[in-house]
Write a protein that binds this ligand. Structure first.
Ligand SMILES: CC(C)(COP(=O)(O)OP(=O)(O)OC[C@H]1O[C@@H](n2cnc3c(N)ncnc32)[C@H](O)[C@@H]1OP(=O)(O)O)[C@@H](O)C(=O)NCCC(=O)NCCS
Length: 214
């Protein structure tokens, strides 16, 4: 297994890997439309911060990746990327994806009535960097994710970044345990993510933060 920086010729293979890295986890799919999900969680990182993208390979084939962003304030927010993708792919009008948006609207209204907060973007100068990490099923538990994360955290430490945040799901227990093992700690409330379900259950956002060593 090797971890290296992303190069432009990885683009097609990485997009293909994106389609299967969530398998078996609560993050497997947002609304069941991969092109629009890639437009939020992968393509902007390849386009705007390719130097912060790392891939793990086995015998030359991609098996995992980490999309990093050193300064989240200089990057389109998740809400902006999501809004753009919803418009571009007309997701609210497609029969398969419109169910998600209907459910999301109902969840939001019912949370509002119960005065419960819902998931939102994170913005805090103490942890300006952020990341997304995914390993294909065959690469989990092999050290590939550890190596990707170590590479990114070393980069942040060397560059003088004060810290990094990430957002996952409370119900993604394997991921939360992994992030804790890598030095991240849960931070803030765990609001409902409107529309999202896993095994029929509602899901909650978990923000986690990492302080660079001083
Ligand atoms: C979350 C994710 C990146 C974590 O990676 P992972 O490899 O599964 O990490 P884990 O901590 O569960 O497993 C690592 C295991 O490999 C072991 N390991 C670490 N380095 C190793 C090495 N060099 N060789 C062999 N095993 C190693 C660890 O000790 C750990 O074992 P343990 O669970 O018995 O302690 C991965 O599970 C994944 O991509 N899941 C699906 C998508 C997802 O949820 N992404 C996160 C969205 S926020």
């Amino acid at each position: 297994m090797e971890v290296r920086s992303f190069v432009e010729t990885d683009r097609a293979e990485l997009r293909e890997l994106f389609g299967r890295v969530g398998e078996g986890s609560p993050t497997a799919s947002l609304w069941g439309h991969l092109d629009s999900e890639a437009a939020i969680y992968l393509i902007p990182y390849m386009d705007l911060v390719p130097e912060s993208l790392f891939v793990a390979t086995v015998d030359g084939a991609l098996v995992g990746y980490l999309t990093g962003c050193p300064d989240s304030s200089a990057f389109p927010s998740e809400t902006e990327r999501m809004t753009r993708a919803i418009k571009e792919y007309k997701l609210a009008l497609r029969p398969r994806t419109s169910a998600f948006f209907g459910r999301a609207m109902l969840d939001s209204v019912s949370a509002l009535l119960r005065r419960e907060p819902t998931a939102k973007d994170f913005d805090d100068d103490r942890w300006p960097a952020h990341l997304h990490i995914n390993a294909a099923p065959e690469a989990r538990g092999t050290g590939a994710a550890d190596a990707l994360m170590n590479r990114w955290l070393e980069r942040l430490t060397r560059s003088g970044s004060p810290g990094c945040h990430l957002q996952t799901l409370v119900e993604n227990t394997r991921a939360v345990r992994f992030f804790e093992r890598m030095g991240f700690t849960p931070y803030g409330p765990t609001p409902l993510v409107p529309g999202l379900r896993y095994n029929g259950k509602r899901l909650r956002q978990q923000t986690m933060v990492w302080d660079a060593p001083r």
